[in-house]
Design a protein around this ligand. Structure first.
Ligand SMILES: *Cc1c(COP(=O)(O)O)cnc(C)c1O
Ligand code: SF4
Length: 334
């Protein structure tokens, strides 16, 4: 286990926990008793997309296990230096779906807001490692351009807050957005896509719950957990608060080699999530971004895993196996 500081000495506010996250790979390896792995770190990968992980997430990694499924998601290893054919810089074709800065209108009735480029954790497989976020977020200009783009299209009934991680913004900043959206009669649903209830559960604090409870729409909250070990009592409590505040909780995961590419891992993920009140939604094939090729699971294996999962679990515990294809009207079933 991680040598824990006495509780009273640990930072409590989520902003402090955010700042206190681990950024030095040598420190992470030392915390886990894995110093020997240091020779496998990639300086190029670290420079391009630095290590970043909250201590609350590190605490759920197994000590002394270089194959730990949580560690693999965040550690910049030299596998990332592999140049693989077909792996590119804009793997999801977002550039073509832009309706305004930070507003993606790709699918019917739904507008996705890139609220921020910031995340508490840098996940090695994420397309975010290449997306030019700096000046393209919807939060620019106090959200006005983004809200105007939604207002101009009466077919948009659902607004998705995505990013980066929308919960990296302060609650007042989120409130500013939803107050403006509340004036648009066509908006009927709000969806939040965030990994923070899992990687930094302290983010789900009283102020956040008060904000969410007061929203004028039904809220769907899509968490992002890839492995059952990402849940613990603190995460369960954060998810319980979201549910008590009325949110429908769904999970989307990415199928990742060496993390969750087994029937047991996928079944455990669905079952553990359900125990916390979360239903599986999507299991994504990896976006083919440069540096993530070693995580890829081929389609035949993915389909076989998915069939085995469907034969083992209740129907509602089986996620849709999908891939994002540029130009499609929705996520494409495999
Ligand atoms: C994935 C995605 C959505 C949501 O799709 P659902 O199938 O409704 O979950 C909406 N907009 C964009 C741009 C997306 O990438
Ligand atoms: S957007 Fe999600 S998957 Fe990507 S780095 Fe942030 S938390 Fe991780």
């Amino acid at each position: 286990m991680i040598p824990a500081a006495p509780l009273a000495l640990q930072p409590v506010r989520w902003q402090d926990q955010w700042r206190d996250g681990v950024r030095d790979p040598a420190e992470l390896l030392s915390l886990l008793g894995l110093d020997a792995l240091a020779t496998r770190l990639s300086p190029a990968a670290m420079a391009q997309f630095p290590l970043r992980v909250p201590r609350a997430f590190v605490a759920r990694m197994r000590h002394g296990d270089p194959a730990d499924p949580l560690l693999r998601q965040v550690l910049p290893l030299d596998d990332e230096d592999l140049i693989a054919p077909g792996f590119s810089w804009d793997a999801v074709g977002d550039a073509a779906a832009k309706a305004a800065d930070g507003v993606l209108h790709k699918y019917r009735g739904r507008a996705l807001l890139i609220t921020t480029g910031s995340c508490a954790v840098n996940c090695r497989y994420c397309f975010r490692r290449h997306f030019p976020y700096a000046d393209e977020t919807a939060a620019r200009g106090d959200w006005r351009e983004a809200v105007a783009a939604i207002a101009a299209d009466p077919t948009i009934e659902e607004v998705l807050l995505s990013g980066g991680d929308p919960l990296s913004l302060s609650t007042p900043k989120l409130d500013d957005l939803t107050c403006q959206l509340a004036a648009l009669p066509q908006v009927k649903r709000l969806r939040i896509h965030s990994r923070l209830p899992v990687v930094l559960p302290a983010r789900i604090d009283d102020a956040f719950i008060a904000w969410m409870s007061a929203l004028p729409w039904p809220v769907t909250f899509v968490i992002h957990a890839n492995h059952a070990n990402e849940f613990d009592g603190e995460v369960d409590a954060a998810l319980g608060r979201l549910r008590d505040a009325g949110a429908i909780l769904l999970n989307q995961a990415v199928l990742l080699r060496g993390v969750n590419d087994s029937i047991d891992a996928l079944a455990d993920l669905s079952e553990r999530g359900f125990q916390a009140g979360v239903l599986p939604y999507y299991l994504h094939q990896l976006d083919r971004v440069q540096g993530a090729a070693h995580f890829e699971v081929d389609d035949d294996t993915a389909l076989a895993l998915h069939r085995a999962l469907a034969a083992r679990l209740s129907g509602y515990l089986v996620p849709h196996l999908v891939r994002e294809v540029a130009g499609d009207p929705g996520k494409r079933p495999l």
